[in-house]
Design a binder for this molecule. Structure first.
Ligand code: F0G
Length: 470
């Protein structure tokens, strides 16, 4: 298996604990079978998320010492503003403490009650903020994105026919913007193509609809474009990132991913009125518009992180190919997962991994818990639990994708950690019939996946048997 070597060496180490099977069985029971509720000290390899879990470089740690903690006008703000402009190209920039804060402000300013917000698949916090602002999310991603076996190279693309149907149905004035995400998280980290973005731009120009980018993983997406899209092989990732942003009107960004920092986010745009309004909101919810919930040193580390992520293409090649390496190990062993492999994570297909568990018994949640018990590796459910209940019907949304995400933090784990993870999951796959479904014992009203608690159903049941139990 081809492995791109890590383009860094290790200067500081953080020990991680190896535990026994019995220890982990107890820990997951106490955590209500929810990997979000495990204590990090009980986790061996933490693949819960790539959010805020990056290792910073020596230059970023040095930048922390250069924090200017002035309440107003910190020099790190100006440095970050200039970096965002240089890399992403937007005229105006508003810092926030993380991505969902930018989503909150944007949704509040752009969405009117009863608006429809089309997007290339939902993201949990993004959709919630759209709903809180009175809007309704409409999925306009290509159908293949909902099929874990489709090998389409750009499964994140928007289906223009779905956009047309929406506009014909409700009228363009009820569609304030398209929420366009790069390396679509819930679809398995699937990229968008420049060709699709150009087509969408032409469509939106016709109807006077904005394109707001969810810029969280654009650098990873640019690497896929370089690798897969005709005409881009000789362009640098930095050039491609700039080109992507140039077709959009602004963005929200969780800088905790591509930005190589532990906290941070921003909202950026080209429209001056929107900028003035966003600055007005940020002072209410985040802090002054020159820090927006970040300290001066956070902004310094982020500016350095953004620069490093595009300085050469070596970092991003290693990053995406490390994910691919893990995926290839699972492919060889026949473990069902989303293909093509995404940028930040490998997503196991829990429906095919655990066909004996009905979706109402949360197969992905059960699988995430079983992986922890078997290996000490922490993963995340992205399926029926994350998707929540339909506000109208009150029923579980039962999304087509019932996935477990093995999310790779940036610059944190090595090839041997990937080997260990794959070996454990392959072992579990061979005894998958022993895994049981779950039922809720505590279900929070919003973003339930974070704090929900479950109990194990004692025997695995077929969907029909499950119905008769209830
Ligand atoms: N958009 C996308 C595509 C994300 O993946 C996330 C966060 C957000 C917005 C929200 O940003 O967390 O900084 O407030 N994703 C994390 C994850 C939580 O684990 O996928 P945030």
């Amino acid at each position: 298996m081809k492995h791109v070597p890590e383009p860094f060496k290790i200067k500081t180490v953080e020990p991680i604990k190896m535990t026994t099977l019995e220890y982990r069985e107890k820990a997951i029971r106490e955590a209500g079978y929810n990997t979000f509720l495990l204590k990090s000290k009980d986790v061996f390899i933490d693949l819960l998320t790539d959010s805020g879990t990056s290792a910073m470089s020596d230059a970023q740690w040095a930048a922390l010492q250069m924090g200017d903690e002035a309440y107003a006008g910190s020099r790190n703000f100006y440095e970050l503003e200039e970096t965002v402009r240089d890399v992403y190209g937007y005229k105006y920039f508003v810092p926030t403490h993380q991505g969902r804060a930018a989503e909150h402000i944007m949704s509040k300013l752009l969405i009117k009650p009863d608006d429809r917000v089309p997007g290339n698949m939902f993201f949990t916090t993004t959709r919630l903020h759209q709903e809180l602002a009175g809007g309704t999310f409409v999925d306009v991603i290509v159908d293949e994105a909902h099929d874990t076996t489709s090998e389409l190279p750009f499964k994140g693309n928007v289906d223009l026919a779905k956009m047309q149907r929406l506009v014909d149905e409700v009228g363009a004035d009820r569609v304030p913007y398209v929420s366009y995400e790069t390396c679509v998280n819930m679809a398995g980290g699937q990229p968008i193509s420049i060709a699709n973005l150009k087509e969408l731009r032409a469509f939106c120009d016709k109807y006077n609809i904005k394109i707001m980018l969810d810029n969280t993983r654009t650098i990873e997406n640019a690497y896929f474009i370089q690798k897969r899209e005709p005409g881009y092989a000789d362009k640098s990732v930095k050039e491609i990132v700039k080109e992507i942003c140039s077709y959009t009107d602004g963005c929200t960004c969780s800088a905790k991913k591509d930005g190589l920092v532990n906290i941070g986010g921003f909202l950026a745009m080209n429209d001056e009125d929107f900028f003035v309004a966003a600055k007005g909101e940020v002072v209410i919810y985040e802090g002054l518009h020159t820090y927006g919930g970040m300290s001066g040193r956070d902004m310094a580390a982020l500016a350095q992180g953004i620069r490093e992520s595009v300085e050469t293409d070596d970092y991003i090649r290693y990053r995406v190919e490390q994910t691919n390496y893990l995926g290839e190990l699972l492919t060889e062993a026949g473990v069902p997962h989303v293909v093509p492999h995404g940028g930040h994570a490998i997503f196991l297909d829990a429906r095919r991994f655990l066909p004996h568990i009905d979706q109402e018994q949360f197969p992905a949640q059960s699988l995430a818990a079983a992986i922890y018990v078997e290996t000490g590796v922490r993963t995340m459910e992205r399926g029926n639990v994350s998707s929540g209940r339909d506000p109208e019907t009150g029923k579980n949304r039962q999304p087509a994708l019932e996935l477990v995400r093995l999310t790779i933090p940036r610059r944190v784990y090595t090839q041997s950690h990937m080997d260990f993870t794959a070996e454990g999951i392959i072992r579990l796959y061979k005894q998958r019939n022993k895994i049981n479904g779950l039922k809720f014992v505590f279900e929070p009203k919003v973003l339930r996946f974070f704090q929900a608690r479950f109990e194990e159903l004692t025997t695995a049941t077929t969907p029909q048997a499950h119905l008769s139990i209830e």
